[in-house]
Write a protein that binds this ligand. Structure first.
Ligand code: A3P
Length: 329
């Protein structure tokens, strides 16, 4: 979509004119990224972020799932949704058959604030039909979150993924998306990689996004839980328990010892979700197909795409940017 076709608020259009911009990953000449409050956005995401900043009022009971794009948002949306709603579906008769994750994509069940909820179509959405605790997702960087998120007791779960796999996943995703939409495609891997390294990627610089939330999780461990995709993959039950404790809905001894934990992990597994009819053939808005969110779901696929030189460059930036923080990616 070209900027003129997008529904943007006047405020956003005006701001776009005054911001530093760069050609984005998409080859279409008019698709720019804009540097807003230190991070790069596509026009639509910036529009949604401005609206979220202006209008979203967080409640103490809210839960916000925050990620950098392609770090496993879809998976964690499913897990948190299943965790919070487990009592409704734990009866044997209800199990499997009725679970919303079996016929709805996780992005339908856990909307993004700046993509799904706050759009120009409806800048003042009615959120009263969300059950408590309300569960939302966002990619908005820490420093740009609405004030009420910072001031309230709402909890943030942050998920990150190593930069190599994040880059590879993002490149594949945008490839599928743009081929579908415009048949124009995106930068070849070389060009996209260079931009990623320079910080010019959706909600990038990637490292700044991750580091700000990591620091916040150290300063406010009761408010921000920091998770890594790789660790989640490696020790799934342990992390499910951590999540449940953090969110104030701990697993009972019975659930831990019996099927409760396995049931949730199996339901939300890549294998299960990616094969469901809804995720193979369903669609979200703006030409997004559900299947785009399921590619390989593995750790280490970067090995098939990144040369030793690229790895060295990425590792050097990672060391420079976050080396002193103690965070290992
Ligand atoms: P790959 O492209 O490496 O396969 P996001 O949800 O933030 O958009 O991230 C998408 C990435 O998460 C993709 O990675 C996708 O395959 C992977 N993914 C999706 N569902 C998953 C699941 N249930 N378990 C593990 N990984 C999953």
């Amino acid at each position: 979509l070209q900027p003129d076709d997008l529904m943007l608020t006047d405020e956003c259009r005006e701001l776009m004119g005054s911001l530093q911009s760069e050609k984005g990953w998409v080859l279409s000449s008019s698709t720019l990224y804009y540097l807003y409050q230190g991070f790069w956005y596509g026009a639509l995401h910036m529009n949604g972020t401005l609206l979220t900043q202006r209008h979203f009022r967080s409640l103490d009971s809210d839960i916000l799932l925050v990620t950098t794009p392609k770090s496993g948002t879809t998976w964690l949306k499913a897990i948190i949704f299943a965790l919070l709603n487990r009592s409704c579906y734990s009866e044997p008769a209800n199990r499997k058959l009725d679970h919303p994750l079996l016929h709805k994509n996780p992005h339908k069940l856990v909307p993004f604030l700046e993509v799904d909820i706050y759009t120009s179509k409806d800048p003042y959405p009615d959120l009263s039909n969300f059950n408590s605790p309300r569960l939302f997702a966002t990619h908005i960087p820490l420093r740009s979150l609405p004030e009420s998120v910072k001031d309230s007791k709402c909890k943030l779960v942050y998920l990150c993924r190593n930069p190599r796999d994040t880059f590879v996943s993002l490149w594949h995703f945008l490839n599928k998306l743009t081929h579908n939409e415009t048949e124009m495609g995106i930068q070849a891997l070389e060009g996209a990689f260079d931009m990623f390294c320079k910080g010019v990627s959706l909600y990038g610089p990637y490292w700044d996004h991750v580091l700000d939330y990591y620091k916040a999780s150290l300063e406010m461990p009761h408010k921000v839980l920091f998770l890594k995709y790789e660790e989640m993959k490696d020790k799934q039950s342990e992390h499910l328990k951590r999540l449940a404790d953090f969110l104030g809905c701990p697993l009972s001894e019975d659930e831990e010892a019996n099927v409760g934990v396995d049931e949730i992990l199996r339901l939300c597994s890549f294998d299960n979700l990616s094969k469901l009819e809804v995720n193979q053939t369903g669609k979200l808005e703006l030409g997004l197909e559900n299947k785009f969110f399921f590619r390989k779901g593995e750790v280490g696929d970067w090995v098939n795409y990144l040369t030793p030189e690229k790895i060295e460059r990425l590792d050097r930036i990672t060391e420079e940017k976050i080396g002193s923080s103690g965070l290992k990616l």
